[in-house]
Write a new protein. Structure first.
Length: 424
């Protein structure tokens, strides 16, 4: 017998929430099988079995908060085996006055209604679908465990008509006013239908950190606009050759990442952090890329982005975004970061004021590219693909002039992409 415990979640995380159990009490599991999914502030983690056995007890249910090292379930010895893993011997024959019969432990358990505990999850599911009573299935396993093949064999010999008809779905009864008053029905005070849904741990964390950012930082936002003509021209001319050579598409994020790094080198306070009464000026460039996932916004980090080429940046961002959407990011991939880029333009946002990803002091917001008439000089105008960009910054350490100059630098580098090569 062993306890199912919450694993170590990293130095900054001490608890999580059981997102869901993938097994039930009575299920037989093997070492390494995934038993449950745990939701933390940043990622979801899987809890696996450390030995073979049967889920004898589930101590904490889905939705409950649990601490690192806490026992949330018990794995017992496999059904029908003693502590040494050996099958029990059959009991002695009954007295001569009664019919002789050797009853094995599994059969006795089946007679007591414990057959379901000896059936594999697949066998139970198949039995339910076919309306077969597991107590009537003869197992071929020496310790009496029922497999899918046993249910299949039994089902072949049972006429289809013998399967009980599925019960008609129950008609829901109207909710009584007394239950509504007690708060047990999903209805608002005005009688209109509502639904109460518990926020996920990640959504609660996002809400808490956004409020914290607004309450602790002197946050301001400055805006500018970028003529995307040159970048679009490069992508049009180079995208096929780039894809063929590097096996990754040439997107916008590599241009913006390189432009941000160039501006951070020119204005290093945007790459700093407040630590008490000190400033931590970071000499490295770990750029966070905000990604919208099902459970909420996450910000995986591209490490040492200043040392990466365009294809390396595109590849890393693509891989991190795919992990974010499949909920497979690891904690190290989310930790740290010196500056963040967020792109609301993919959802059609024309302009926004991004919120700081504390303790960082700067975040760049990208937006939708839209054709707008631009004055080229006093006499000429032209339709150009324009993008508004926004920089939110912490005014405690970044002055307005520095923030504006930073954003102008980003604009200049984007409108002259060749300069990105010179900025490194």
């Amino acid at each position: 017998m062993s306890e199912i415990k919450v694993p170590d979640l990293g130095e900054s995380i001490s608890e999580g929430t059981i997102y869901k159990w993938l097994v039930k009490e009575g299920d037989t599991v093997g070492q390494g099988d995934v038993l449950a999914e745990l939701e933390t502030d940043k990622v979801n983690l899987e809890i696996s079995a450390e030995e073979d056995g049967v889920i004898s007890s589930i101590l904490r249910q889905a939705g409950e908060n649990v601490a690192v090292g806490e026992a949330i379930g018990i794995i017992g010895s496999p059904a029908g085996l003693d502590a040494d893993g050996a099958a029990p011997s059959a009991p002695a024959p009954a007295a001569a006055a009664e019919p002789a019969a050797a009853v094995t432990a599994p059969a006795a358990e089946a007679a007591a209604g414990g057959t379901a505990a000896l059936a594999s999850p697949g066998a139970r599911k198949l039995a339910r679908e076919r309306g077969i009573d597991l107590g009537e299935v003869s197992p071929r396993d020496p310790i009496g465990r029922i497999a899918q093949a046993d249910v299949n064999g039994h089902g072949a010999a049972v006429p289809q008509a013998a399967a009980p008809a599925a019960p008609a779905p129950a008609r829901p009864e109207p909710v009584k006013p007394a239950l509504q008053a007690a708060g047990k029905a999903p209805h608002a005070e005005d009688g209109k239908a509502t639904e109460r849904k518990r926020m996920s741990r990640r959504r609660l964390t996002i809400a808490s950190r956004l409020v914290e950012a607004q309450q602790t930082a002197a946050m301001l936002t400055t805006f500018n606009e970028v003529d995307m003509t040159a970048i679009l021209d490069i992508r049009k001319r180079r995208k096929d050759a780039f894809k063929e050579k590097h096996d990754v598409g040439l997107g916008f994020m590599s241009f913006f990442t390189k432009a941000v790094i160039g501006a951070l080198k020119a204005y290093p306070l945007l790459n700093a952090e407040i630590d008490g009464e000190d400033l931590l000026l970071k000499k490295y460039y770990d750029i966070g890329i905000a990604v919208a996932a099902k459970e909420g916004l996450v910000v995986p980090v591209v490490r040492d982005a200043d040392r990466l080429s365009f294809p390396e940046i595109e590849r890393q961002i693509g891989e991190l975004a795919a992990k974010a959407r499949t909920n497979t990011l690891s904690l190290p991939e989310l930790q740290g970061g010196t500056f963040t880029i967020t792109n609301g333009g993919v959802f059609g946002s024309l302009l926004s004021t991004p919120i700081l990803n504390t303790p960082q002091v700067g975040i760049l917001g990208m937006h939708k590219i839209q054709l707008r008439p631009i004055a080229l000089d006093e006499e000429r105008t032209a339709n150009r693909p324009m993008m508004y960009i926004a920089l939110s910054y912490d005014h405690r350490i970044v002055d307005g002039s520095e923030a504006v100059s930073f954003l102008v630098k980003v604009k200049e580098l984007l409108e002259d992409p060749e300069a990105l090569l010179l900025e490194g």
